[in-house]
Design a protein around this ligand. Structure first.
Ligand SMILES: CCCCCCCCCCCCCCCCCCCCCCCC(=O)SCCNC(=O)CCNC(=O)[C@H](O)C(C)(C)COP(=O)(O)OP(=O)(O)OC[C@H]1O[C@@H](n2cnc3c(N)ncnc32)[C@H](O)[C@@H]1OP(=O)(O)O
Ligand code: FAD
Length: 666
């Protein structure tokens, strides 16, 4: 059955004022990436092994086994099709459920590459890349996650046997959370306190074998398992996040990852002259990938909400004629279009961050560590900003879809449940923003000493101007001038950072000031991260962009992104004196105009994400708009509808009815 709603999307598509094909390439990053992504998405969508529409109805054991089957199928297909690394990781991405492959390829392998010596890489990487071993990354403990320096697990060197003894001294020291650890991994990189000659030498990574390669049973001294069912149905429960306790497990000395610190046969600890934070390198790498991924999750939710908002009609007709598409309501637009703009903003900042990460990596290889603090601040800050916004946005998209958004068949509940831990893993978002704040306060204090800021803090070099400037916006159109927008964002961020630095100096110690002012510091950090996103978006739309109308659409989205933030944080823009209340009103007026300009293009702007119906996994977001028939078909497939009279009728419904009948006769 095809209902009238299908016409709505065709109609919407006919209104587009830009070349959707060209926008697809901009979104993908290049024609090459578009081709690879498109091909891999279609391979997954057309393979019944990768079916995912039954996930929320499976019990934990079935669900987990189902994921094991899919991960094995990914490896099989990757080998059969002789996929490149780029292609294989896209293929795995579109399978769209957390699984041990992510931790193996995304953390275990990078940890060895980043922290292992050449010799260690030669030994372990071939085993890992042929998947003769499966690895994971165990840093977090039951009692310690954010505070890495507080980890309790010990790795004590025993010079008699030339081994390390890996030990969990307490319940709180059990490793707890690592993905892939609970049931699958054969090996792990464990982070532990290095102890040699009776002295502690800091936290380092150690490769430990967990399970037999013959029968998968845990090796002696290892107690291991899954930590239990997590939030949401389906969602992250496809993953075996695990615990492990080490009872004096012995490993050879050369299983310590020794690129930055070597322990000799005699137990001497030799530090190389690189910053000790290099041991955190895997986290920096993964944070950078998480920023790129945020735009995928956000755009997926927005795609569902935009298409459904074009289909859904409510009110607007007194005589039972055609009702108004909810997408036409300004309130719907004001909630949805900033999220659409944010998806594009995060896509571009994610691409930029990839570049920054590659640049820093190249410098580190040449022993230039000067850009490491900035790389840390950018990856930490943008990871925090983009994941927090994305998690909130998915929930907002659910509400934008009304009641049907709450159905699992909308795809949104599971997307939220699977995405929201991104605000916690790889660094709690508040903890990471405090790292950014620390970097900003340091940058501000160095200004006073005449040190020129570089990279993303270059704008702070314009200190005198940023402290005094008043916005020149005197009409709504002035808010379409990149210089006007940027100045407001930079002035707000700088003034907040300077206020924090000034106020901290009033305390007896910087630590006391930092602790007391942490709420303000977090706000200053967010403001700085928003400068980065806004300026990268502006830079992007100032480039040559091929395709009819593509640049114009991106400009509209760029200003929506910036102006909705001015509206959201108007308190800060006003209290720091960067803009006046009248200018805030003008910005809002411009924002309303921009919503009107996006409206005819909204469906095509989400089509540009090029998502298959398989990847979207949503009755509401289908490409053909056949929402109601799909909702109905999926309802009929629910296990509860397997029988007309439910299980439990005889035991629990009939007796209640009989009891009621007896009572009514009295
Ligand atoms: C053939 C088959 C083919 C098949 C193919 C299949 C392909 C599949 C491919 C799949 C690929 C998938 C990739 C996806 C990636 C993975 C998916 C992700 C899934 C989720 C995983 C989640 C994992 C985790 O959560 S791991 C645990 C993470 N834990 C944390 O993040 C802890 C957070 N805490 C910290 O980072 C630190 O404790 C911190 C920073 C809060 C404080 O540290 P510390 O106490 O040491 O420092 P401070 O005293 O605050 O600062 C001292 C100094 O150091 C600077 N600094 C801190 N951190 C860093 C850093 N990282 N880098 C550089 N500098 C740092 C800090 O700024 C200070 O500097 P000063 O100058 O002294 O101020
Ligand atoms: C799905 C998932 C997968 C994971 N995968 C892995 C993995 O593969 N390997 C691994 O090692 N770990 C993994 N983790 C663990 C994860 O990295 C940690 O949970 C994360 O780093 C947060 O640490 P925590 O749990 O100790 O939070 P806590 O630090 O206990 O946070 C609790 C609260 O305290 C606040 N807080 C903490 N410190 C401060 C501070 N200094 N100032 C202000 N507020 C503060 C936080 O903001 C938060 O609100 C995973 C976690 C999840 C949820």
């Amino acid at each position: 059955m095809v209902v009238a709603s299908v016409d709505n999307l065709a109609d919407e598509r006919s209104k587009a004022q830009f070349d959707v094909g060209a926008m697809k390439i901009v979104w993908a990053g290049s024609k090459h990436v578009f081709d690879v992504t498109d091909r891999m998405a279609r391979i997954v969508a057309s393979d019944p092994e990768f079916r995912k529409d039954n996930r929320t109805t499976l019990g934990r054991k079935e669900l987990f086994k189902n994921t094991l089957r899919k991960m094995a199928h990914v490896v099989k297909r990757a080998n059969e099709l002789r996929l490149t690394e780029e292609e294989a990781s896209k293929l795995r991405f579109f399978v769209d459920e957390p699984g041990y492959l992510d931790l193996h390829w995304g953390m275990f392998v990078p940890a060895i590459k980043g922290q292992g010596t050449e010799e260690q890489q030669e030994k372990w990487l071939p085993l890992a890349s042929r998947m003769e071993i499966i690895g994971c990354y165990a840093q977090t403990e039951l009692g310690h996650g954010s505070n890495v320096q507080g980890l309790e697990t010990t790795a004590t060197f025993d010079p008699k046997t030339d081994e390390f003894i890996i030990h969990s001294p307490s319940l709180t020291s059990y490793k707890w959370w690592p993905g892939g650890l609970g049931k699958v991994s054969t090996h792990v990189v464990v982070y532990a306190r290095l102890v040699s000659g009776g002295q502690e030498h800091g936290i380092y990574g150690f490769i430990v074998q967990l399970r037999s390669l013959d029968d998968h049973t845990p090796l002696p001294g290892i107690i291991i398992g899954d930590i239990g069912t997590k939030f949401g149905s389906g969602a992250y429960n496809t993953m075996d996040n695990g615990f492990v306790c080490f009872n004096r497990v012995r490993i050879p000395r050369n299983h310590m990852l020794m690129r930055f610190c070597q322990v000799t046969r005699e137990g001497n600890v030799c530090l190389s002259d690189v910053p000790k934070q290099m041991v955190y390198g895997t986290m920096v790498y993964v944070r950078q990938t998480i920023v790129s991924d945020a735009s995928w999750a956000l755009s997926r939710a927005v795609c569902i909400a935009v298409r459904y908002s074009a289909i859904r009609r409510q009110f607007g007709s007194q005589d039972r004629g055609i009702e108004t598409q909810v997408l036409d309501y300004k309130t719907q637009q004001s909630r949805l279009f900033p999220l659409l703009a944010s998806a594009y903003a995060f896509r571009f900042v994610g691409e930029w961050l990839k570049w920054l990460y590659a640049d820093v990596t190249e410098r580190l290889q040449a022993n230039d560590f000067s850009t490491l603090p900035e790389a840390h601040a950018c990856t930490a800050g943008l990871k925090s900003l983009t994941t927090s916004v994305t998690a909130d946005a998915i929930e907002e998209c659910r509400k934008l879809c009304g009641g049907h958004g709450y159905l699992c068949s909308s795809g949104l509940p599971e997307l939220f449940a699977v995405y929201v831990p991104a605000c916690t893993y790889e660094g709690d978002n508040v903890v990471l923003l405090l790292q950014v704040a620390r970097f900003l306060v340091k940058t501000v204090s160095r200004l006073a000493a005449g040190k020129k800021p570089v990279g993303t803090t270059t704008y702070m070099g314009n200190a005198e101007h940023l402290m005094q400037c008043k916005s020149s916006a005197s009409s709504p159109e002035d808010w379409l001038k990149p210089s006007v927008v940027l100045e407001a964002f930079e002035a707000r961020a700088f003034r907040l950072a300077v206020a924090c630095a000034r106020d901290i100096s009033k305390f007896s110690t910087p630590e006391a000031g930092f602790a007391e002012l942490s709420i303000d510091l977090v706000e200053a950090a967010i403001a700085h991260c928003e400068v980065i996103v806004v300026s990268r978006f502006i830079e992007k739309v100032q480039q040559d962009i091929p395709g009819d109308g593509v640049k114009e659409q991106l400009q509209i989205l760029c200003f929506i992104y910036a102006l909705h933030l001015i509206h959201k944080h108007s308190g800060e823009f006003l209290s720091t004196g960067c803009i006046t209340p009248e200018q805030a009103t003008l910005a809002n007026e411009q924002l309303r105009t921009l919503y009107g300009q996006v409206r005819p293009n909204a469906v095509s702007l989400v089509d540009a994400f090029n998502y298959t119906d398989h990847y979207l996994g949503s009755a509401l977001g289908r490409y053909d708009g056949n929402v109601y028939a799909t909702l109905y078909a999926q309802a009929l497939r629910d296990p509860l509808n397997d029988t007309v009279v439910p299980d439990g009728y005889e035991e629990f419904i009939r007796p209640v009815l009989k009891q009621t009948m007896r009572l009514s006769r009295l």
